[in-house]
Design a protein around this ligand. Structure first.
Ligand SMILES: NC(=O)c1ccc[n+]([C@@H]2O[C@H](COP(=O)([O-])OP(=O)(O)OC[C@H]3O[C@@H](n4cnc5c(N)ncnc54)[C@H](O)[C@@H]3O)[C@@H](O)[C@H]2O)c1
Length: 369
């Protein structure tokens, strides 16, 4: 399955392909488009340990000069430290603007590699090979790249599209359940942004969460639909000032929870799910979402077995401070994406800090499971 993302105001376009034969495909792309160039392979160490032989194969047969940069997956990798190590590799190996970076890993490796690619010599080409569910349905496309700094999530970043995104479902077989579920968090977000996708996910969740016997066809369709929805939001608003902001559903609280725990306690998708429940709860309390729809949303999330209760000890004032320092803040106001209905998100900056704080206190006491 192939999807071409052409953001309206950008010269760069991404070709996204879901394939079951990634290595010959990659070899072909390298030979056709990047013949005799240098390639920096930024690869998740865990992924390399599992897929070492297969991954090395297309490069062994190509005319490219390769340099490996193996890094750990996880939030700590999205750091100035690893960014500087990346520049060092590029400079020491004399990379120039017509060379190439390939990111093979989850969203953290992809975000770091994308930012490195966008800033080295004002931008060199890169290819994403996402190996987690979250990266396959979300982070590898749309061009957002970022690192964290001073405990602030994605505070340094750019919008820079990869030339190609190659998605192979085989990588998902070796993900831990926790990392697979984290991807489901973002998948549920897409379901709440698109009514048709909501019905598809609702109908097929039992099949999707079966880990030992993937339904490849269904999962390909689900990934394709998620990317199609993302594309619809990104295409006309790649700079993230309008429609694209709806993709931040669940992220105002999600990012704050990640920062609150020094990126240690929550996977990205786990924070997003709690954030989605909070956004739905605010929507209900502000009389924008009916109680029937609120229950429907909770029931979908429950089907995926998420724990979405807030910790009782959560310091709400600290969470508010973190939300205020998030890059989604405009004119000093905290922004939330709320829901009028499934498939009808909207943005608001009209909630006072007192209200947000009260709703967070409510959610701490409510046992929703
Ligand atoms: N750029 C964007 O538009 C965008 C969108 C959503 C999320 N994100 C970012 O994505 C990041 C989260 O990405 P993630 O969930 O992929 O986390 P991750 O990159 O940390 O990967 C999760 C874990 O899975 C391991 N792993 C990766 N592939 C594997 C495989 N095939 N088999 C076994 N283990 C594997 C990694 O080593 C890591 O331990 C966050 O930093 C988030 O901010 C970015």
């Amino acid at each position: 399955m192939k999807l071409v993302i052409e953001p309206v105001r950008s010269k760069r376009r991404s070709v996204i392909e879901i394939t079951s034969d990634i290595y010959p495909k990659l070899a072909q792309i390298l030979e056709d488009n990047y013949h005799s160039r240098k390639v920096l392979l930024i690869i998740d160490q865990t992924v390399f340990a599992i897929y070492d032989k297969e991954i090395s194969q297309p490069f062994a047969e190509s005319s490219l000069q390769q340099t490996f940069f193996k890094i750990p997956g996880g939030e700590a990798t999205k750091s100035v430290d690893y960014l500087l190590k990346g520049y060092k590799k590029l400079i020491e190996n004399n990379f120039s603007r017509d060379d190439l970076i390939i990111a093979i890993g989850g969203g953290t490796v992809g975000d770091l590699a994308g930012y490195l690619a966008s800033t080295y010599q004002r931008g060199i080409s890169y290819i994403q090979v996402p190996t987690t569910l979250l990266a396959q349905i979300d982070s590898s496309v749309g061009g957002k790249t970022a690192i964290n700094y001073q405990n602030k999530k994605n505070v340094i970043g750019s919008i820079y599209h990869p030339d190609q995104v190659l998605i192979d479902l085989k990588f998902l077989e070796t993900l831990t359940n926790r990392d697979f579920n984290s991807g489901l968090g973002e998948l549920i977000k897409y379901a709440l942004l698109d009514n048709n996708f909501y019905h598809l996910l609702n109908k097929s969740c039992a099949e999707i969460i079966k880990r030992n016997d993937f339904n490849q066809q269904l999962l390909s369709e689900v990934i394709y639909q998620a990317l199609r929805i993302k594309n619809n939001y990104v295409r006309f608003d790649q700079d993230d000032f309008g429609k694209r902001r709806m993709l931040n559903l669940g992220h105002t609280l999600g990012h704050a929870l990640e920062s609150y725990t020094d990126f240690k306690d929550y996977r990205h998708g786990e924070g997003v799910i709690i954030g989605i429940v909070f956004a739905a709860y605010i929507s209900l309390k502000e009389n924008r979402l009916s109680s029937t729809k609120f229950d429907e949303i909770l029931s979908l999330i429950k089907k995926f077995n998420f724990d979405f209760n807030l910790p009782k000890k959560l310091d709400v004032s600290k969470i508010i401070e973190l939300m205020k320092s998030d890059k989604k803040v405009r004119s000093g106001k905290i922004n939330f994406i709320l829901l009028k209905d499934i498939g009808e998100p909207f943005v608001t900056d009209q909630l006072t800090e007192e209200k947000i704080s009260d709703y967070l206190e409510d959610l701490k006491c409510l046992k929703l499971v």
